[in-house]
Design a protein around this ligand. Structure first.
Ligand SMILES: NC(=O)C1=CN([C@@H]2O[C@H](COP(=O)(O)OP(=O)(O)OC[C@H]3O[C@@H](n4cnc5c(N)ncnc54)[C@H](OP(=O)(O)O)[C@@H]3O)[C@@H](O)[C@H]2O)C=CC1
Ligand SMILES: Cc1cn([C@H]2C[C@H](O)[C@@H](COP(=O)(O)OP(=O)(O)O[C@H]3O[C@@H](C)C(=O)[C@@H](O)[C@H]3O)O2)c(=O)[nH]c1=O
Ligand SMILES: [Mg+2]
Length: 292
């Protein structure tokens, strides 16, 4: 099974690449070979690689910067995603597209299910929501996986920021009124592969659609930071005390949802796959960083 993955060095792309082998060939292509904003490059990449399925994690992910770069965010996350989905459809192959908890407003009490009303609070979320709609419209064999709070040994993410800042500071202030689920990149990659397997085993099956796919459990950014430092301290790494603050104490250009908890039951039922709990990912990520 050959899988074409968009973006070469994104967190999710790198985690997918780690799963190359065992009858799976994972080809990650990024700019300039595959540019979401260049239709010809996308079509050429699919023609060259001849994949059985395309996975699209490439995206404009700078949440705050997106507020002042809306045009670029939409060009990549909305039009760009549609371009990939359409090129896959023209080749007669499915697409697994990655989306985000930030499509929601965050004012629900419990965890969000797929049928809940969306209502992004910022440009990044709005561009990703537009992308979801365009992908579903362009390719009848599309799976849209909404995940959240991604971290991994690769690229930039909250866990790596905490370790970096924790080196020089005894106390860190972190928002404690935004709720969600940190989800470890390699677990996302494994979930994506479960979807690919199913899509290729059962063409024409009832699997297309939107799914929430996050780790088990929930916390806040402050809770995540505390878990990172507790695990890091045990391994002799950097540690800091976390002082919980409110969102209003930490002004940012983009407003984030107060609640972005996602209910993964539909994903678990349809694909027979469950992601591990979020805390276990923290330990595995620190172990992977120590090995690197
Ligand atoms: N990170 C997170 O916390 C979350 C992410 N998601 C979603 O998951 C997916 C993967 O996220 P993650 O791996 O963290 O993202 P990253 O920011 O780590 O990687 C994004 C990748 O997209 C590439 N890219 C950007 N623009 C283009 C373009 N025009 N053409 C081709 N490639 C492009 C980037 O390339 P370059 O490095 O050259 O810029 C980079 O390799 C995204 O769709 C994101 O919206 C969902 C929930 C949470
Ligand atoms: C670094 C830092 C952040 N924060 C707050 C700001 C923010 O509310 C929250 C998270 O900060 P970040 O900017 O790292 O996270 P952010 O970029 O908002 O992360 C999001 O990225 C996109 C791509 C997604 O799709 C989302 O699922 C989510 O993971 O923590 C603190 O309170 N203290 C700190 O020291
Ligand atoms: Mg950030």
């Amino acid at each position: 099974m050959r899988i074409l993955v968009t973006g070469r060095d994104g967190q999710v792309a790198r985690c997918l690449r780690d799963l190359d082998g065992n009858g799976r060939e994972i080809v990650c292509l990024g700019r300039p070979d595959l540019d979401l904003t260049d239709e010809a490059s996308v079509a050429a990449a699919i023609a060259k690689v001849e994949p059985a399925i395309v996975v699209n994690p490439a995206a404009y992910t700078a949440v705050d910067k997106a507020e002042s770069e809306a045009e670029t965010a939409f060009a990549v996350n909305a039009q760009g995603a549609e371009t990939v989905a359409r090129a896959a459809a023209e080749a007669g192959i499915p697409i697994v597209h990655i989306s985000t908890d930030y499509v929601f407003a965050g004012d629900k009490d419990g965890a969000y299910v797929e049928t809940d009303e969306t209502g992004p609070t910022g440009v990044y979320g709005a561009s990703k929501l537009d992308g979801e709609r365009r992908v579903a419209a362009a390719n009848p064999q599309a799976v849209i996986l909404r995940t959240a709070w991604v971290y991994s040994p690769y690229g930039g993410n909250f866990l790596k920021t905490m370790l970096r800042v924790g080196k020089d500071r005894d106390v860190l202030t972190v928002v404690a009124d935004q709720h969600g689920t940190p989800t470890y990149g390699p677990d996302i990659a494994a979930g994506i592969i479960a979807v690919c397997d199913r899509a290729l085993e059962e063409p024409g099956g009832a699997w297309p659609g939107i799914y929430h796919m996050v780790a088990e459990g929930e916390t806040t950014w402050a809770g995540f930071a505390e878990a990172i430092f507790a695990a890091s301290k045990k391994r002799g790494g950097p540690s800091a005390r976390v002082e919980p603050i409110t969102t209003s104490d930490y002004p940012t250009p983009a407003r984030r949802p107060a609640n972005s908890r996602l209910d993964s039951s539909r994903f678990q039922a349809v694909f027979g796959h469950r992601l591990p709990d979020w805390q276990s990912g923290v330990d595995r990520c620190l172990a992977a960083l120590d090995r690197a």
